[in-house]
Design a protein around this ligand. Structure first.
Ligand code: AQP
Length: 334
């Protein structure tokens, strides 16, 4: 709760171009909350450097991601859209929360295990304490809910544990957040390895649909999507490729699994893949057009960055000061 209003935080890393997974699992849901909640949508550039980044590229991607938030429908006057690195309270609270987090808890995090396996030459402490910085992001804004994809559920659980531990020592300092995981699209799978989630940093570009892919590329990637040797369009655990495409088609067209299966009962995989590709391309086109338009207006985006960083700093500092006082840091003399 912030000033008597329910509060929400979410963010994304500027580690690559957003995928259809990021969009359907998280961003698409964000636009529904602006009336009921005080919302904070962050470009988590501090999280991004847990994996080596090219500095110029990171800056470019971060701005592009912030612009994409708006292009996808977030009104920057109603939603606080900002860069994590512009609000130093994220790092300061993260340090304090590190002292309330056990290594045993961090050792269990599957994202750390996955990323450590992928980046064996750079298993840094930041990658290990990533969930603590994420807890700080969320708790700074006294968030009631955090809309994320299914892969982030474990990080939400550790956030709750850290907050409860802190509150049990110092009283009701933090709101305990709940994850908000959409009913559809919570886990979109790779088009090349459908047992694995779609990821923006996947090295195989055919595995992911990027939000800026043009229609031909989208259709080509869906046509090449790995499926199985049968030809029946049926949702089943042993058909992860086709089931993933049925999920995507369902979200983009609003059709249920049964409706999709019926619609394509006498079609082959080729026709179905084409239909999925076309429905995704149609969904993304207006976002791509809006993005292109926004990119031309540098002053408008600069102003959003400035105004919203001030707002985020205001609320974040309020929580941070409270926490600093609780743990025994001396008060500032003005
Ligand atoms: N495949 C997915 N299906 C549904 N939701 C997904 N999300 C990520 N992948 C899928 C959700 O997107 C949001 C952004 O996540 P992030 O940028 O913080 O990092 P991530 O979860 O690690 O996403 P990626 O795409 O896999 O990034 P990289 O490749 O850098 O690790 C989150 O809400 C996430 O749940």
């Amino acid at each position: 709760m912030l000033d008597g209003k329910k509060s929400l935080f979410s963010g994304m890393q500027a580690t690559g171009t957003l995928t259809l997974g990021n969009y359907l699992g998280a961003l698409k849901n964000w636009v529904d909350f602006e009336e009921e909640y005080e919302t904070f949508y962050c470009v988590v550039d501090m999280h991004s450097i847990t994996v080596r980044q090219d500095p110029a590229e990171l800056r470019k991607r971060a701005r592009s991601l912030l612009t994409l938030y708006i292009a996808a429908g977030l009104n920057p006057e109603k939603n606080c859209i900002y860069y994590q690195s512009h609000v130093s309270a994220h790092a300061e609270l993260s340090w304090i929360l590190n002292c309330f987090t056990y290594m045993g808890e961090l050792n269990r995090m599957t994202q750390f295990k996955d990323k450590a396996a992928k980046h064996t030459d750079n298993i840094n402490a930041g990658l290990y304490t990533y969930p603590v910085l994420m807890a700080a992001d969320i708790l700074l804004f006294q968030s009631d809910i955090v809309p994320v994809g299914f892969d982030q559920k474990q990080h939400l659980e550790i956030t709750r544990d850290i907050a409860e531990r802190f509150n049990s020592v110092y009283g009701d300092v933090f709101t305990i957040p709940d994850p908000y995981i959409g009913k559809q699209g919570a886990k979109i799978m790779s088009l090349q390895e459908p047992e694995k989630k779609m990821s923006k940093s996947d090295e195989n570009p055919n595995a992911s649909i990027f939000l800026m892919d043009d229609t031909d590329t989208i259709i080509r990637k869906f046509k090449r999507a790995v499926t199985d040797s049968e030809s029946e369009i049926r949702y089943s655990e042993d058909k992860p490729g086709i089931s993933n495409l049925i999920d995507v088609y369902g979200i983009t067209t609003g059709k249920s699994v049964a409706e999709t299966e019926k619609e394509f009962a006498s079609s082959g995989y080729g026709d179905f893949k084409l239909a999925v590709g076309e429905s995704v391309a149609n969904m993304l086109k207006p976002i791509q057009d809006k993005y292109a338009e926004l990119q031309k207006d540098k002053d408008y985006i600069d102003n959003i960055i400035k105004v919203n960083a001030d707002k985020a700093n205001y609320y974040a500092t309020k929580t941070l000061r409270k926490v600093q006082k609780k743990v025994g840091f001396p008060e500032r003399i003005r």
